[in-house]
Design a protein around this ligand. Structure first.
Ligand code: NDP
Length: 328
């Protein structure tokens, strides 16, 4: 078996030199353990934070140790009565082609009619982030104008579709005309190409003539500032991510931050695990929208374990439409 380890900690944008692929001696199974051939690995922007040696809501990756992340795979050997060979499962020993785990750290896939890799994307962590961030943290409701950044990504594209299913007016931003056309094909009423040379504060003003009631932030920086500039009274901001600052460490100056006061804006950060005990609501509603044809699921698939760092780095240059995945 092979696994990616963190070879060194990046300074700014990570490079291939920060990762090393090692041979991993997998032990024979102890009682209660299972051996899993990973079929799908997820790479996610939050993993950038785990490459730093700082205290956060998830511990840093250790130098020289196999990295972790979500994975879906097939049980190929079992010494647990909970799983048998052939079962498809999910777990957190990603960044490798084979995992040996106690059964307690392995979950069966939810029983929905979807491809197994969907549980790493729209029907998994990124989907839950979109659902709870939009509906609970930002409390979006019918008639609201919702602005979402990184709208062509895994979380953002799901936010667009849930917001439309709830009867919101939706504006998404993404890099490039092609991604923007796709965001509109998902139902967004307007899409802003933040790379077209126009300052985003201006583009958002044109797209949101009546202001915005909700901002779902995946980017931070100029996007957040533009949202502050155009927020209506009592707007709600769900701060989900700030990918614009993950590699620079420095936040952009917010020229419109003082609008928080006069417009009584509520800004709330959140971590998807805050809602871990409410997965049933998520599956119920997503299942319903799937049946009604209201959800489109898009994936960008990179093939081969060797390409995992490339897939991960591609998140920071916008290589993905929908969920970025590695297929083994
Ligand atoms: P995405 O699928 O959205 O991939 C990242 C996308 O971000 C890229 O495709 C790119 O799209 C865009 N991007 C990259 N760099 C920049 C930049 N400097 N400025 C603007 N856009 C940029 O990833 P996810 O859906 O997995 O995650 C989206 C956000 O949600 C991230 O910030 C992530 O950290 C956060 N998150 C937070 C969670 C939580 O619990 N709070 C849980 C999961 C995710 P483009 O081509 O449009 O630039």
């Amino acid at each position: 078996a092979r696994a990616w380890t963190l070879a060194s900690r990046p300074n700014g944008m990570p490079t291939a030199a920060n990762f090393a692929l090692i041979d991993l001696d997998q032990p024979s199974l102890a009682e209660g353990e299972v051996r899993i051939a990973n079929r799908w690995l997820t790479v996610d922007p939050y993993m950038r934070g785990r490459m730093n040696d700082v205290k956060s809501y998830t511990p840093p990756f250790a130098i020289g140790e196999p990295m972790q992340g979500g994975a879906v795979g097939e049980v190929i050997e079992s010494r647990s009565d909970q799983f048998k060979p052939g079962n498809m499962v999910q777990h957190f020993a990603g960044w490798r082609d084979e995992a040996v785990l106690p059964a307690a750290q392995v979950q069966p896939l939810p029983k929905m009619e979807a491809d197994p890799q969907a549980y790493l994307g729209q029907l998994g962590m990124p989907g839950m982030t979109a659902y709870f961030g939009l509906l609970h943290v930002a409390a979006a409701k019918e008639g609201d104008t919702v602005f979402v950044s990184a709208a062509a990504g895994a979380v953002g594209s799901t936010v667009v579709q849930i917001a439309k299913a709830k009867g919101c007016h939706v504006i998404g931003s993404a890099g490039g005309a092609e991604k923007c056309a796709w965001v509109q094909s998902l139902g967004a009423d307007a899409a802003i190409d933040y790379k077209d040379g126009t300052p985003i504060v201006k583009s958002l003003g044109q797209a949101a003539r009546n202001g915005i009631d909700v901002y779902f932030d995946n980017v931070g920086g100029d996007h957040l500032d533009a949202a502050l500039a155009h927020a209506n009274d009592r707007a709600r901001f769900a701060i989900c991510g700030m990918i614009d600052v993950y590699n620079s460490g420095a936040a952009t100056e917010l020229r419109y931050i003082a609008r928080v006061i006069g417009a009584r804006i509520r800004i709330q950060g959140f971590i998807v695990s805050d809602f871990a005990d409410r997965a049933a609501e998520f599956y119920r509603d997503m299942g319903g929208w799937m049946k009604d044809g209201k959800l489109t699921r898009e994936e960008t698939v990179v093939e081969g374990l060797e390409k995992t760092p490339d897939a991960f780095l591609g998140l920071f240059s916008g290589d993905n439409k929908g969920k970025m995945l590695v297929k083994i």
